[in-house]
Design a protein around this ligand. Structure first.
Ligand code: GTP
Ligand code: MG
Length: 314
């Protein structure tokens, strides 16, 4: 299933169990009293962050999530059982949105948010008994569970985002920096999904680098792209093909900067990388030049990324 970072789901708490209507019937007891128990509460729908879940693709087919109903109150003052909660497992970093507003976010594995409460259990006729009202037939029905549509949005916890125009060498750079098995090909849009690779620093800490497809050749954001995933990145590696003359590199840089502006964090450090470049002569518009195919300039870039992460992470 293709990587998916957005979903729409419908959630509904369980219905409350009905209040019981019943009278005690015993041999030789002429007037049995009311003995209907209360209904059980409906279960809640709870969103749970789970690091075993990596994206939201499962919600393409799992749209409706309903918790179990409470069971009905029964004779002999037996109260209904509470309905089981329904847990929806999502990746850490998922935002929960209702009516275009973010209502919650589950950040680390184990975080939980109740998104639809179950209905209250009904009240059985036993409760309505009084000295003047010996044989009540009143009950209160179980309440409906809350129901709503929600949007889910995954923001990956990536530290370094690689962005750039199609065919600018993003995937080749990811491979050179991390050894990831990303698809590298001499035609635009060969990468359809984000690809990830680990960059290991001197303390053997792993930093996740992601190749984010998503800018079209005209600088527009592609609808099927994943540019918004650069939001959490501390470092943005902006690939610019140094072998291309037209449009001029500064114009190409501005196009991509504009496409990521709505997502990139203000504190993110940006490194402009001249790909297809000569590391001994970085162009004036670039911070560094590399050749991702023969690996020249890559160790310097790795050091620059780790240095930048150290500054951002403090
Ligand atoms: N010589 C040289 N070739 C490169 C370099 N970077 C990328 N290439 C080649 O350029 C072509 C495109 O590179 P990709 O890494 O697939 O480009 P991309 O930006 O990921 O492209 P899309 O995913 O299609 O947008 C491939 O054939 C790469 O081998 C580089 O620094 N030097
Ligand atoms: Mg690619």
């Amino acid at each position: 299933m293709p990587f998916t970072d957005r979903a729409r789901i419908h959630v509904e708490g369980g219905h409350g169990g009905e209040g019981g209507l019943s009278f005690r019937r015993e041999a030789r007891v002429p007037k049995g009293g009311p003995d209907g128990g209360n209904g059980g509460r409906g279960g809640d729908v709870i969103i749970v962050a789970d690091d075993q879940v990596t994206d939201l693709s499962r919600f393409r087919h799992a749209v409706h999530h309903k918790a179990e109903a409470g069971s009905n109150g029964e004779r002999r003052i037996r109260h209904g059982r509470q309905g089981a909660d329904s847990e929806i497992h999502v990746p850490p970093g998922t935002r929960i949105i209702r009516d275009d507003a973010v209502i919650a976010e589950v950040r680390k594995s184990g975080d939980r948010v109740t998104v639809a409460r179950g209905g209250n259990g009904g009240v059985g006729n036993r409760v309505f008994r009084s000295s003047t009202h010996q044989a009540p037939r009143e009950t209160v029905p179980g309440g409906s569970g809350e129901a709503t549509w929600l949007a889910l949005e995954l923001r990956l916890p990536i530290e370094v985002a690689i962005v750039g125009l199609p065919n600018s060498g993003k995937s080749a750079l990811l491979v050179a920096l991390t050894g990831a098995a990303a698809s590298v090909a001499p035609y635009p849009h060969s990468t359809r999904e984000p690809a990830f690779g680990p960059l290991v620093d001197e303390d053997l800490e792993i930093h996740v680098i992601a190749d984010l497809p998503g800018v079209a050749a005209d600088g527009q954001q592609r609808q099927d792209g994943f540019l918004s995933q650069c939001e959490r990145a501390d470092v943005i590696l902006h690939c610019v093909d140094a072998s291309l003359e037209e449009p001029p590199a500064p114009d190409r840089i501005a196009m991509v900067d504009q496409a990521i502006a709505e997502f990139a964090s203000e504190r993110a450090q940006r490194i402009v990388v001249a790909t297809f470049g000569d590391p001994s002569q970085a162009p004036t518009w670039a911070d560094l030049a590399v050749d991702s195919v023969d690996g020249r300039g890559i160790p310097d870039l790795q050091a620059a990324v780790i240095g930048a992460l150290g500054v951002t992470a403090r």
